[in-house]
Ligand binder design. Sequence first.
Ligand code: HEM
Length: 233
Amino acid sequence: MATVAINQEAERTITFYRSAVGKKVVMAVTGFLLFGFIVMHLIGNLLIYLPKDSNGQWPIDVYAAQLHAIPELLWSARIILLVAVILHIVAAWQLSVLNKLEARKQGYVRWTPVASSYASRTMVWSGPIILLYVIYHLLDLTFGAFNPGFEFGQVHRNIVASFTRPPVAAFYIIANLCLAFHLYHGLWSMCQSVGIAHPRYTPVLKMASKVIAVAIGIGFCSIPLAVVSGLVR
Ligand code: HEM
């Protein structure tokens, strides 16, 4: 009896996922998780602006050590994030295939970007750029493979060592601007996908998405700029 109920539930979930709405909901939920990580990561990274504490340690190093202190928790969060990234990418790719099929069915001859904003059209390339950026970023600041001055656990030192190379700092700034664009459209789409949409609230939600995306972009971009300008050393 219980097995039948589980099978029916699984079938319903699969049928829902097969629909465009199902894929959009998966994108919204995974996007929300990734957004949560980005906000927490930004708050943690802004600790780089604090001076050394009374023990002579950089607050950002102390914070990183605390995050690494419980490996079970750290790895659980990493696995959840990785699954969210994979689902987000797969659903995005499947949705774009569905959209193309739909467009071909309607057989329009001329592409007119009437309802799509600049940010929504940039989703197609900002997503892959962010993915490549995260891969580089892990090799740079988590594993140290691309960072000659890397020392495990010395987060402040590793960030400064990385961003004192102007081309790397420029790359981080460009990638984080792409992230801001991606977030602007992503946050707004997320609200629509989970049904938080009403013509009356549309301007407010769009403005809130823009403000959050710009704040996150400025927050992340400020770090390479602060290192290059010598404010953080
Ligand atoms: C200038 C901006 C950024 C700085 C300075 C920065 C800094 C860092 C540092 C120092 C680490 C290693 C932390 C540790 O080993 O304890 C790290 C890890 C990481 N960062 Fe960033 N980050 C930035 C932006 C981003 C962005 C925009 C994303 C996502 C789109 C991101 C995703 C990650 C991920 C996934 C990890 C691995 C976390 C883990 O250890 O599980 N970072 N970052």
